[in-house]
Design a protein around this ligand. Structure first.
Ligand SMILES: Nc1ncnc2c1ncn2[C@@H]1O[C@H](COP(=O)(O)OP(=O)(O)OP(=O)(O)O)[C@@H](O)[C@H]1O
Ligand SMILES: [Mg+2]
Length: 266
């Protein structure tokens, strides 16, 4: 009996994020056409797909910024589909979304940006300062604490956004195109950070990207390919590379060609 209870408990704990048959359209356009997937606790799960396929739309559903037309979304064992903004607040502390732009406040220093969510939570000043230092160190940017975002490169801004996401000690981080519009060297730094969050903090992570070679391959345990509103592939990277499904093989081939072209120009 004890065995059975722990079995059920373990199974329930194993998935941190789950989409069950999610549909979403804007006007006439069906963006998500029955999407189901599970992200296990502590893994990094990448969603691949060409531009405009609904990757960002999928990610924003995880924290309830968008609501599905139908289907269910489960986060850490709770069905968030019909939650109110007030009910979603603790979910959004637990699951942090890092936007492509970083969405930093221009008039605040790096340290103030990272501490901002904590001020909002009403933590005492000493505790905020301690945590900000800890997060800056973790992301390896403690030397730029007093700079303004305008003084930073796109790559470093992404690191600051990651540090800010860490401020509230989340259990999961969702990254939207973390390596887009930065050179391969910076991409490597960001990929290493994403890996570090998983390895060192046991973070559950989702990464949305159109880039296999410079991103998904470096960070993901499992990948999914979104095409015309459906997940046409879910599996490991070796499985992705050896897939014979035409739409999957084509996407992989295009990525390879793009990667080789980048190598030529680098
Ligand atoms: N709030 C919205 N209202 C109306 N249409 C939207 C909204 N959000 C997204 N869309 C549309 O949904 C489609 C999918 O958008 P989404 O941003 O998820 O694409 P994506 O896969 O992230 O693309 P990219 O790689 O360019 O970031 C796009 O055609 C977009 O215009
Ligand atoms: Mg997007």
């Amino acid at each position: 009996m004890t065995f059975m209870v722990s079995e059920i408990y373990n199974r329930r704990m194993a998935d941190f994020i789950e989409f069950i048959d999610v549909y979403k359209s804007f006007g006439e356009r069906q963006i998500l056409d029955g999407v189901s997937f599970k992200v296990k606790k502590g893994e990094t799960f990448a969603i691949l797909g060409p531009s405009g396929t609904g990757k960002t739309v999928t990610l924003t559903h995880v924290v309830g910024l968008l609501k599905p037309d139908s289907g269910r979304i489960i986060v850490d064992g709770e069905d968030i589909t019909d939650m109110t903004e007030r009910q979603l607040a603790p979910i959004r502390r637990k699951v942090q979304l890092v936007f492509q732009s970083g969405a930093l406040f221009d008039s605040m220093t790096v340290a103030e940006n990272v501490g901002f969510p904590l001020v909002d939570m009403g933590l005492p000043f000493d505790e905020i300062e301690r945590r900000v230092q800890e997060k800056l160190r973790l992301v390896e940017i403690e030397d730029i604490a007093d700079l303004l975002p305008s003084e930073l490169s796109t790559g470093i801004k992404r690191s600051v956004a990651i540090a800010r996401a860490l401020a509230a000690d989340p259990q999961a981080i969702l990254y939207d195109e973390p390596t887009t519009m930065v050179d391969p060297l910076i991409s490597q730094t960001i990929n290493n950070l994403i890996r570090k969050m998983q390895k060192q903090l046991g973070m559950t992570q989702m990464v949305v990207t159109h880039d296999i070679a410079n991103c998904a391959e470096k960070v993901a345990d499992h990948v999914a390919l979104l095409d015309k509103g459906k997940f046409v592939f879910v599996g490991t990277l070796p499985e992705l590379y050896s897939s014979k499904v035409p739409v999957v093989a084509e996407f992989v081939e295009e990525d390879r060609i793009r990667f080789e072209k980048d190598q030529e120009y680098a």
